[in-house]
Structure formats: structure tokens, C-alpha cells
Design a protein around this ligand. Structure first.
Ligand SMILES: *Cc1c(COP(=O)(O)O)cnc(C)c1O
Ligand SMILES: [Zn+2]
Length: 396
């Protein structure tokens, strides 16, 4: 290991500056820890996100990890018209399991193998969706046992998607929010590295989304959906690092968007608070980002304020309109990502985002895992098909 990488084996608190060499997840002050900044932003010719290996604690272990990152950034006139601003879309759905979580899982599993989580015999996570699938996939690729804790009432369809990588799946009855802390405690007792949403090793990998966006497009603002705050924390770490290293002239404003039915970070931001209070979250089509008690919520507030960004929220109707617009541009994303586009439009309309700005919106996951459209079908017999096809494309 290089000197830089040895240094990265410590963890520091973004809030109080305390440091530890234990593979801890949270600081004694209660806030999440992250790895110290590394100072070598040189690019390598490694594939995918490993191009930025100088910013990462470990190199790619190869295999499916090489397919993570370097996702496309695309623009569409229809999408820009909808948003009212020049917006490019970072398509994280191109990842091996269809979401940016793969950046965190690939890095974290490689770092666990390199000893960054101490002496563990398995990895685990607490998730009912993308993170479960992603962690299980990368654990499988490293031949590490994996345990996934899911809520008892998880839909069967989602369970099947996770199960294809053959992790140990445990349906847990009881307060799902409490499971986050409890899993970390139990993980220490049972030598299982729980790679939950905002743990230092996951954040370290997930920062590469913003690294790629900044180096490929240098936008004035980045808009992303936020739930636990792990991805947002990574973005904040990335933009500060790149700026300090002179790789970007200006730190982009970081704007974070929630679903209004479950928007604890937005509510705290609007009140001007420094800490996020948990809420009684309601139902939303953006279920991937409905976190009523976000573990990195306070860090997201700091990230938004530090970069001149904001936190906002949008309702499901606004999200559906964004989903429709994306679909008309041929882009399938989860409702949770359409939230970022709906949020971009809302921020422009409310004057919080300059309509002259160059914006990158992060489309965090593919829509191919969820059937969001209701199919409007025509029917025909072989004999009547002639008539039906004659009507295709004719104004209805
Ligand atoms: C996990 C997830 C998010 C939210 O990320 P956090 O790091 O929990 O804030 C957003 N979109 C999708 C598709 C996700 O899977
Ligand atoms: Zn601290």
C-alpha cells in the first residue's frame, strides 16, 4: 500500500474533526465518519470508476467491478424544455445491477477484502431494494458470504431480484429504522461488515458519480435525489476534493431532492435547522428514497449550505410528469430519479436555480426493475391486423 492509502485506513469526522484508526462507522459525537481526503487526483487508464483510483483506497479487484462507473451523461431537448434549464442526465442505471449503489458496493467489498473493515467473514446490508441487490452481487463476485436484512412485508417481486445472487435473506419484523444501528452493533459481534447506506467505505465509492460529472462536464449545479444521504455525502466530498486539487475552478451547487410525502431533510432545511428530525413518512411512488430517519441527514444539510445549494421536495404528480418526459426521451428510470428532474424544474421555477445554469441531474437507477407504465394496448386478429396497422401514427 502507498503512504496515501495507509493514511486512508483511518476515518475522520466531517463535523468535529475527530479521527480514529478503528473500522468505525460513526463518531462519538454521533455523526457519520468518512475516510480522510487523499491528495492524488491523477487519472489512470483503469476501467470505469477505477479511472480515479488515485482518489480511492483500493484498486479494482477485476471482474464485474470493472463494469462499474463511467456511466453516460446525456442531454435531450424535451427534458431541457421540461426543466426550463440546460440539464444533462447522468444515467446510473447503466451499472451492473442498475443503480449507483454499485459504486459503493464494488469499492466497499474490495476494501473489505483488503482489510479495511478489520477481520470479517461476511458482508451484509439493510435494504429492501437496490442496495440489497448491489451488495449481494459484489459479495458474490468476491466469493464472500452476504446477509441481507429486509422488511418483513417486502414485495415478493423485489425479493426475487435480490435472491438471484443467493445471499442469506432475513425478513425482519419490527421497526425497520432501528435496524440500521442494530445491524452495525451485531455486525461487530458477529464479524460481519454491514455496508449500510452511508458507511465510510460505501460513501468512498459513491463519491465517484460526482467526480465523473465534474471532470466530464463541470456543471454549475448538480441535482440528485436524497434518502439516507450516503450518495449526497460522497458528492460533497468529491466536489471539495476536486476543487482543492485544482481540478475544477468552481464548486458546483449541490441541490438535493426528496419526495414530499417523506421529506425530513427538506423540512429541516426549510426551518433553517442544523439537525434533521425524523418524520412519520407517508407513501410515495419514489419508495427508494423514502427514509423517515436519514442517518446522514445532518451531513446533507451541511453539504447543501456549504456549496450554495438547497434541499427541496416534490410530490408524486410532479414526479410522474418528469417520468413521462423522460420516457418520451426514451429514458427509463426509477421514480426516485425522476424526483431529481422534477426537483430541477421546481428549483428553476422558484428562482433557486438560475435558468442560465448548466445542470447535471443524477438519474440514480434504472426503471427496468419496476413496471411504472400502464400498458394501453390495441388488439387484433391476424386478419384484422391490416386495419390496425393502417391506423398507426395517425392522429387519434
Ligand atoms: C439508494 C437510492 C437513492 C438514495 O441514495 P442515498 O444514498 O440513500 O441518499 C436514490 N435513488 C436510488 C435509485 C437509490 O437506489
Ligand atoms: Zn464527530
Amino acid at each position: 500500500m502507498s503512504a496515501e492509502r495507509v493514511r486512508a485506513a483511518t476515518r475522520v469526522c466531517y463535523a468535529c474533526g475527530a479521527a480514529t484508526t478503528a473500522p468505525a462507522v460513526r463518531c462519538d459525537c454521533g455523526e457519520p465518519l468518512w475516510l480522510p481526503e487523499v491528495t492524488d487526483p491523477t487519472e489512470t487508464d483503469a476501467p470505469g470508476m477505477w479511472r480515479h483510483a488515485g482518489l480511492l483506497p483500493v484498486d479494482s479487484p477485476g471482474g464485474v467491478a470493472d463494469a462499474v462507473g463511467d456511466t453516460p451523461l446525456v442531454a435531450s431537448d424535451a427534458v431541457a424544455d421540461f426543466a426550463g434549464v440546460d440539464v444533462s442526465l447522468k444515467l446510473e442505471g447503466h451499472a451492473p445491477t442498475g443503480s449507483f449503489k454499485d459504486r459503493g458496493s464494488a469499492l466497499a467489498v474490495a476494501a473489505v477484502e483488503a482489510g479495511y473493515a478489520g477481520d470479517v467473514r461476511a458482508v451484509g446490508t439493510v435494504s429492501h431494494g437496490n442496495m440489497a441487490m448491489s451488495t449481494a452481487a459484489f459479495a458474490a463476485s468476491a466469493d464472500l458470504p452476504c446477509v441481507v436484512l429486509v422488511p418483513d412485508d417486502i414485495p415478493e417481486s423485489r425479493l426475487g431480484v435480490i435472491a438471484q445472487y443467493d445471499p442469506t435473506v432475513v425478513r425482519v419484523d419490527g421497526d425497520y429504522g432501528r435496524l440500521y444501528e442494530r445491524s452495525l452493533e451485531l455486525g461487530r459481534e458477529h464479524d460481519i461488515a454491514f455496508l449500510n447506506s452511508d458507511v465510510p467505505l460505501r460513501v468512498e465509492g459513491q463519491k465517484t458519480t460526482a467526480v465523473e460529472v465534474c471532470l466530464d462536464a463541470a456543471p454549475d449545479a448538480i441535482v440528485m435525489p436524497v434518502s439516507s444521504g450516503g450518495h449526497a455525502s460522497g458528492a460533497w466530498k468529491a466536489v471539495r476534493k476536486l476543487h482543492a486539487a485544482g481540478r475544477i475552478d468552481q464548486i458546483p451547487d449541490l441541490h438535493f431532492v426528496q419526495a414530499s410525502a417523506c421529506a425530513p431533510i427538506d423540512e429541516a432545511f426549510a426551518r433553517g435547522d442544523d439537525t434533521v428530525a425524523s418524520v412519520d413518512g407517508g407513501e410515495t411512488i419514489a419508495y427508494s428514497i423514502a427514509n423517515a430517519d436519514p442517518p446522514s441527514g445532518d451531513r446533507v444539510l451541511t453539504a447543501a449550505r456549504d456549496t450554495g445549494g438547497t434541499v427541496t421536495s416534490v410530490d408524486d404528480d410532479a414526479t410522474r410528469a418528469a417520468l413521462d418526459t423522460l420516457a418520451r426521451a426514451g429514458i427509463s428510470v426509477e421514480a426516485s430519479c425522476a424526483v431529481a428532474l422534477a426537483g430541477t424544474r421546481e428549483l428553476v421555477q422558484s428562482g433557486r436555480l438560475d435558468s442560465d445554469a448548466e445542470v447535471a441531474a443524477i438519474m440514480t437507477g434504472t426503471g427496468l426493475k419496476e413496471a411504472s407504465g400502464s400498458a394501453d394496448t390495441a388488439r387484433a386478429t391476424v386478419d384484422s391486423l391490416d386495419t390496425v396497422l393502417g391506423g398507426v401514427g395517425v392522429e387519434r
